[in-house]
Design a binder for this molecule. Structure first.
Ligand SMILES: [Zn+2]
Length: 188
């Protein structure tokens, strides 16, 4: 058991096959889909995440939630229809706990999706929200931030100093993936 698995729903970690699956379209927003979104919001909040894709609960369906500055957005079958700019900033993932590194992402995206009532929506996002949407849509395509991370910036968050500064430790991608494989075998 880990701190994330106190409830009956857990976020799957690197090594789980669902994280590498291309999620299947939803098309019809049924009660089951609404229940899935409800679980995703609950898990995202309890893990203090900014976003979550259904793959991360082991469910390869095209559903993502993001919550930034108290604004919750649930996206059914999201698609990035336009992207502009590029900025490389630190990113992490609830499925790769404590691993961080810089990823280049567009600074502005337009996403088309459907909401929980099945209505078509268009989300225009900048900055952190744009980054989060790209990260979650990547998950739905079976992609992870480590696929495009600037490896020279990859590091573990080891802890916090008294001053509130982060204590970090540089790692290679190969060593990081070995560490996740080892913790998976140990049942962590
Ligand atoms: Zn993620």
């Amino acid at each position: 058991m880990t701190e994330e698995s106190g409830r009956d729903i857990t976020i799957v970690r690197y090594g789980h096959p669902a994280l590498r699956q291309k999620a299947a379209p939803i098309r019809r927003v049924t009660d089951d889909v609404k229940a899935l979104v409800g679980r995703m919001v609950e898990v995202m909040r309890s893990a203090h995440g900014l976003g979550l894709a259904a793959n991360q609960l082991g469910v390869p369906r095209r559903v993502a939630v993001v919550e930034i500055d108290g604004e919750l957005t649930a996206l059914i079958d999201p698609q990035i229809v336009s992207a502009k700019g590029s900025e490389s900033l630190e990113e992490g993932c609830l499925s790769l706990p404590r691993l961080y590194g810089n990823v280049a992402r567009p600074t502005r995206v337009v996403v088309r999706a459907r909401d929980l009532s099945g209505k078509r929506i268009k989300v225009t996002a900048e900055g952190l929200l744009a980054r989060a949407l790209c990260h979650e849509v990547d998950h739905l395509n079976g992609e992870l931030f480590i696929d495009t991370v600037d490896e020279s910036t990859l590091h573990w968050l080891v802890g916090m100093a008294e001053e509130g500064e982060q204590i970090t430790q540089a790692t290679t991608l190969e060593d990081a993936l070995k560490a996740f494989a080892a913790s998976g075998r140990a049942g962590g």
